[in-house]
Every structure is written in structure tokens, then in C-alpha cells.
Design a protein around this ligand. Structure first.
Ligand code: CO
Length: 155
């Protein structure tokens, strides 16, 4: 399993670079290891900077299927936004509400280097926006309201 780095590690604040060769062995080996790490931590998404690599690669756990999303670009955002609860494996024990577009369309490459277009509604849209923020050095705590730690939630 890969080690997840946490705030305030400066790697989390760097802008990540595009993956140049998706079919390279090191990328092909990294994707299943990120998926395993995400699932073992009960995460719904994981971005490569969180495991110490500043490359534009994320994994998303969607309905028991892992999506590898590489070099994503948001091509459309819904006008409507909504607040929703978020946390992050790199910001342990903190939760807060973040305002995100309700649905988005992204273009990306999958692990086989196929170009894809995905319309993501609801929670999936929120997760993908959170993970793409990681690729740009942005953490949810930068945008959150009602930020609090898990002890407060459980009180
Ligand atoms: Co996160």
C-alpha cells in the first residue's frame, strides 16, 4: 500500500504535470496501487499528489468500480452549484462544506490511453472536482465553510 501524505506537506501545494506516457510501466503499476490504497482507506477518490507524485492522475471509487482519470479537463460545469460535506485523506479528521457545481462534463484519458468524455452528476461530480483541485495544489479546506474536526461531528 502507498503512503498518503498529509497537510502541510508542500507536495500537496504544487501544480501537477500532465502524464506524458500513460502506457509506461511505472504508470501502469501505479494505477492499481493507488486504487488499492484508496479502497483500503475507504476513500471515494485519490489524487496522485496525495501519494507524493505531482502528476495529473486520479482514481475514483464509483459504485464499486474504480475509474482511473488521467489528464482531466473540465469542459462544462453546471450553472447550479450546491454546498456539500467533504473530507480528505490528506487532511485527517477535518470536515467542512464546499460549494461545487452540481454536474460537470470532463474529458480525460483512461488507463488504456483511450480518450473519454464523462458526464458526472451529483456526488461523482463533487468527488472529481475535489480531486482535480488536488492536481492544482488546492485543498478543500481552502474553500470550506463550517470547517470542524471529527470530534465535533461526533459530539
Ligand atoms: Co482530498
Amino acid at each position: 500500500m502507498l503512503k498518503i501524505i498529509t497537510q502541510p506537506n508542500p507536495i500537496l501545494r504544487k501544480k501537477s504535470q500532465a502524464v506524458k506516457d500513460i502506457l509506461a510501466q511505472k504508470i501502469q503499476e501505479l494505477i492499481p496501487r493507488m486504487a488499492e490504497t484508496m479502497i483500503n482507506h475507504d476513500g471515494v477518490g485519490l489524487a496522485a499528489p496525495q501519494i507524493g507524485k505531482n502528476i495529473r492522475l486520479i482514481t475514483v471509487n464509483h459504485k464499486d468500480r474504480v475509474l482511473a482519470i488521467i489528464n482531466p479537463k473540465i469542459t462544462k460545469k453546471s450553472f447550479l452549484k450546491e454546498w456539500g460535506e467533504e473530507g480528505c485523506l490528506s487532511v485527517p479528521d477535518k470536515f467542512g462544506e464546499v460549494k461545487r457545481s452540481k454536474s460537470i462534463i470532463i474529458e480525460y484519458f483512461d488507463e488504456k490511453n483511450n480518450q473519454k468524455i464523462l458526464k458526472a452528476p451529483g456526488l461523482l461530480a463533487r468527488v472529481i472536482q475535489h480531486e482535480i483541485d488536488h492536481l492544482d495544489g488546492i485543498l478543500f479546506i481552502d474553500k470550506a465553510r463550517k470547517l470542524r474536526d471529527i470530534n465535533t461531528l461526533n459530539a
